[in-house]
Design a binder for this molecule. Structure first.
Ligand SMILES: NC(=O)c1ccc[n+]([C@@H]2O[C@H](COP(=O)([O-])OP(=O)(O)OC[C@H]3O[C@@H](n4cnc5c(N)ncnc54)[C@H](O)[C@@H]3O)[C@@H](O)[C@H]2O)c1
Length: 591
């Protein structure tokens, strides 16, 4: 153990250590806490053994009133806690009672963040057991408000801040992070936070939230997750004037200065953590997002959730919806409002799936898909002035402006909102969709709720109950003429945790489009007739850990098939293997 500790202190990768110390060749577990079964004793290692007051203030090992009598004796806790001993279940009950009493979502968010800083396992226990209730608290929509007000609610840094001040020293900054065996990094530059625009350094709330879902929904160990904000300034005037703003007080650096800092970060990550660390780009503005993905996609294990994760979750919903609509994807026409990262990313994956299934060239299958941006329908006469990622969608058609006119001209069966602008699916638009479709499929994907293109209530009432509806942020069930409609949540939270787990357990070194298709197919495979009967095109989020296992296994299988996996030999049963690698929040007993 002495030598292991020394290696940890020196930053040696766990992969360099005794191979028996890893879980079945899967997710590494430096502390051995997930390796032992729950009735075995484990040691609460930090760098030294934490005990007494320090142990109570160490969120990784603190159990509060759940410390047993024996542990209180062995770890110098006598007198530091009131005499009662309670179970993790009772702690969970108490905290859920408290959280439910808060009226404002932001109060619930703050309570959850404070819990994470106090008792990490209890935080994850709450999140996993109450996922449908707490996902909107730690993730969209509340995380959006938290980012907007981050300066005021900021208490302890929850991630790594890399600003222009750190240029030339990024590797040293990474070394300051206490955990050495990182497997997943979520990084943002804060320029396009949800549909809320440029929130600069305060965008850190998004990587923090996403990574808590990597653990809760995908089972990646919390200590293997690293949230990062790259701070190159902000163009948000309100934040620049806000005395509580926590970021650099300057306008955004662009061009060479921007790309040099990003490049230094990408290089340092690979140098410090190796080739198998997953870097998820999150909420970058589209003028950088596509270029970063293209630039680093061939040298790093990178993934853009807005472009690729959204695409996989929407494709999964569409594959499920075919059971209600009939026919194949290629038999239908799709229209997007919004031709940015999410819109073009989804469109491309749909076209790819159609192409693979019908053995038709991609250029042909793209013609079933139409996109609209702020200037109207994307058509060939606009091609010269279009951004590069919009060009493949410039089909032959006369120019059309206004969504209602576009809907009438294209007559899609699927209408997808990805513009980030709320209330754009008006009554007239939705009624038009219902006038020529028996079952129009309406996906209002923009986040948070305020930016949703329409509400679930509007979609069901304006189509007189004909619509199949899903949205990016959650909506409650709607009763229309005696029937209850349950809106699905088309959110990439269904995909990225399982996808990440699949990449980690296979030791994948690149993300390939076929892995996204594999993830989408695994998710679609989880939809049952009973859900479809209620109008749901996604399975309930309460099953998410099981869903993530299926996604991880499918993604890992694809990684092995493509020769991109490095954890050899390939485990025979990938579903069982994925399951066995997942983090459990149950308390461990300390010797
Ligand atoms: N549900 C999910 O899982 C999910 C995932 C990713 C993104 N999103 C949401 O999708 C939205 C867009 O994200 P993005 O990354 O694609 O942003 P983006 O900035 O890359 O793209 C926005 C697009 O909308 C267009 N647009 C803006 N105003 C418009 C208008 N009035 N009419 C028509 N088009 C307009 C822009 O020209 C651009 O093409 C955000 O609200 C984001 O939160 C949801």
């Amino acid at each position: 153990m002495e030598s292991t500790l020394k290696e940890m202190r020196d930053g040696a990768s766990v992969l360099d250590m005794d191979p028996k110390s890893t879980v079945g060749g899967g997710v590494e577990d430096v502390y051995g806490e997930d390796r032992a079964t729950e009735d075995q004793l484990v040691t609460p290692w930090t760098i030294s053994v934490a005990s007494g007051y320090t142990l109570l203030r160490d969120p990784h090992h603190n159990k509060g009133l759940a410390f047993t009598e024996k542990e209180r004796d062995a770890h110098y806790l006598r007198g530091l806690l009131p005499p009662t001993t309670i179970s993790q279940q009772l702690q969970e009950k108490k905290l859920m009672n408290t959280i439910r009493q808060y009226q404002l979502p932001l109060q619930k968010y703050t309570a959850m963040m404070e819990l994470e800083e106090r008792n990490e396992r209890l935080f994850y226990k709450l999140l996993i057991d109450n996922v449908e209730e707490l996902l909107p608290v730690v993730y969209t929509p509340t995380v959006g408000e938290a980012c907007q007000k981050y300066g005021s609610i900021f208490k302890r840094p929850q991630g790594l801040y890399i600003s222009l001040k750190e240029k030339g020293k990024v590797l040293d900054v990474l070394k300051n992070w206490p955990q050495k065996s990182i497997q997943v990094i979520v990084v943002t530059d804060g320029e396009r936070i949800l549909g809320l625009g440029d929130l600069g350094c305060q965008g850190i709330g998004i990587p923090v939230g996403k990574l808590s879902l990597y653990t809760a929904l995908g089972g990646v160990r919390p200590s293997a997750c690293l949230p990062v904000t790259i701070d190159v300034g902000t163009n948000n005037e309100q934040l620049l004037k806000d005395e509580f703003y926590i970021g650099l007080r300057q306008r955004r650096a662009t061009g060479q200065e921007y790309s040099e800092l990003l490049h230094e970060f990408m290089t340092a990550v690979k140098q410090n953590y190796g080739e198998k660390v997953l870097i998820q780009f999150e909420d970058f503005a589209n003028h950088n997002a596509f270029d970063l993905l293209a630039k680093y996609g061939t040298t790093h294990l990178v993934f853009n959730d807005d472009i690729q994760g959204t695409a996989a979750v929407v494709l999964a919903g569409l594959i499920s919806a075919l059971k209600l609509l009939g026919g194949s994807l290629a038999d239908h026409t799709f229209l997007f409002l919004g031709a940015g990262e999410a819109g073009t990313g989804i469109a491309e994956l749909i076209a790819l799936e159609m192409s693979r299934r019908s053995k038709t060239p991609l250029e042909e299958t793209r013609k079933k898909i139409w996109l609209t941006d702020s200037k109207g329908l994307i058509v060939s006469s606009r091609k010269e002035s279009l951004q590069h990622f919009k060009k493949p969608w410039a089909h032959e058609h006369e120019p059309v402006k206004g969504l209602l006119e576009v809907v009438k001209a294209i007559k899609p069966i699927v209408l997808i909102g990805t513009s980030g602008v709320g209330k754009t699916f008006t009554k007239e638009v939705i009624e038009a969709m219902a006038s020529f479709n028996e079952k129009p499929l309406i996906l209002a994907l923009s986040n948070p709720t305020s930016q949703s293109e329409c509400t679930a209530q509007e979609a069901y009432t304006w189509t007189k109950g004909k619509a199949i509806f899903a949205s990016g942020s959650p909506f409650d069930p709607v009763e229309y003429e005696g029937k209850v409609f349950v809106p699905g949540q088309s959110n990439n939270a269904y995909i990225f945790p399982g996808l990440g787990l699949g990449l980690v357990i296979s030791g994948a070194i690149r993300v390939h489009d076929d892995m996204l298709l594999a993830a989408a197919e695994a998710l679609a495979g989880q939809i049952k007739e009973e859900y479809l009967a209620k109008g749901l095109i996604y399975p309930p989020l309460s099953n998410i850990r099981k869903i993530s296992v299926q996604i991880a296994a499918n993604v890992a299988a694809k990684a092995y098939e493509l020769g991109l996996a490095t954890r050899l030999p390939r485990p025979e049963n990938l579903v069982k293997h994925a399951e066995s690698c997942m983090y459990s929040p149950a308390y461990r007993y300390y010797r």
